[in-house]
Design a binder for this molecule. Structure first.
Ligand code: PLP
Ligand code: COI
Length: 340
């Protein structure tokens, strides 16, 4: 079967693919899970996911390599992060093996939907877990569903590797000791308004500041932030208990140091100290590396390297990361898992 898709012009939109994996947790254990063609989920009206936001998700990608094989990028890290999310919301953990097996099954079953090598697209994988079953009290659900579906995608931010502008929002996405460091549904619904207002004003997304002092950069929409210092020698990224520990960010910290020979630092990045950086970017599974042309903060627009061209260090990081993901550049040990 061949699929009719304009691979080169994919954005980040839902496309129904034929199969998804679904597994049920009841009476204290997970069932074996299976693939299904039905993209609807039937749940009790009392499900905690519907009322109290007892839901967590992950995002990772499958890549078609030049030799036709299929790469997953660090899926065990997503499995571990889902475990953290489950612990925070009192949901049963999905074991790493079950998670990776479910991801492989969903990718394999929808293999035709993996964008061909060289088109720039990839297969976005969305694992999620929801509290379900009859319930009304504010308490963890009696039953859970863990499911994985996949969608072919292209660029998340319209510019791709062309820099775009972002704007500082007055809203917080997470509380200082809330759920910012886990990938739970509530963090995202609470960001809709900031994202919408940023886009309506012509920016790619909102820049969140730290919820405690509103002086330091936290995140860029659904991505982490990094900056390259003016001497081109240091990769800096925020450290905060209320940001998502981005797998892309930790991969870049490693690659910047080990492959590009840069100094690396996780620390405070004050919004009024952006002058120290020549380049800046948003990084994440969906965002990949999206260069930041400028950040609007109130009346002040801070412009980085260029508003039209990606900076040289960002480009090198991109080539290294994306090269590894598509199998063109040797990967550090255990970063790539094949689907066969
Ligand atoms: N920050 C937020 C809020 C996110 O939703 C994501 C996406 O997963 C990221 C950062 C980037 O994380 P990762 O690189 O693991 O995809
Ligand atoms: C991801 O990068 O995987 C994300 O979760 C971003 C998003 C679309 C919420």
């Amino acid at each position: 079967m061949s699929v009719e898709i304009d691979w080169k012009n994919l954005g980040f939109s839902y496309i129904k693919t034929p199969f998804r994996y679904i597994s049920y947790w009841k009476d204290g254990q997970w069932d074996n899970g299976q693939l299904t063609e039905d993209n609807k989920v039937y749940i009790s009206e009392g499900s905690t996911a519907l009322h109290y936001g007892q839901t967590a998700f992950e995002g990772l990608k499958a890549y078609r390599c030049k030799d036709g094989s299929i790469n997953l990028f660090r899926p065990d890290e997503n499995a571990k992060r889902l475990m953290q999310s489950c612990q925070r919301l009192l949901m049963p953990e999905v074991p790493i093996d079950k998670f990776v097996d479910a991801v492989k099954q969903a990718v394999k079953a929808n293999e035709e939907y993996i964008p061909p090598y060289g088109t720039g697209g990839s297969l976005y994988i969305r694992p999620y877990i929801i509290g379900v079953g009859d319930n009304i009290g504010v308490a963890p659900a009696p039953e859970y569903i863990f499911s994985v579906f996949v969608v072919p995608v292209g660029a998340y931010f319209k510019g791709g590797l062309t820099p775009t502008r972002f704007i500082v929002t007055e809203y917080d996405r997470a509380a200082p000791r809330g759920t910012g460091s886990v990938k739970v549904g509530g963090n995202y619904a609470s960001g809709y308004k900031a994202g919408k207002e940023a886009k309506q004003a012509g920016y790619s997304d909102a820049v969140y500041l730290d919820p405690q002092t509103h002086t330091k950069i936290e995140e860029i929409g659904a991505a982490n932030f990094f900056g390259i210092t003016k001497d081109g020698k240091k990769f800096v990224t925020p450290k905060s208990p209320s940001i998502l520990p981005s797998i892309t960010k930790y991969s870049l910290l490693y690659l910047a140091k080990e492959r590009l020979g840069l100094d690396v630092e996780e620390g405070d990045i004050y919004i009024d100290a952006l002058d120290q950086f020549s380049e800046a970017g948003a990084c994440g599974t969906a965002a990949v590396i999206s260069p930041i042309g400028g950040i609007q903060n109130g009346d002040n627009l801070h412009v980085f390297y260029s508003e039209t061209e990606v900076g040289p260090v960002t480009q090198r990081l991109y080539d290294e990361l994306v090269g590894i993901q598509y199998g063109d550049v040797p990967a550090p040990d255990n970063w790539i898992v094949k689907v066969d």
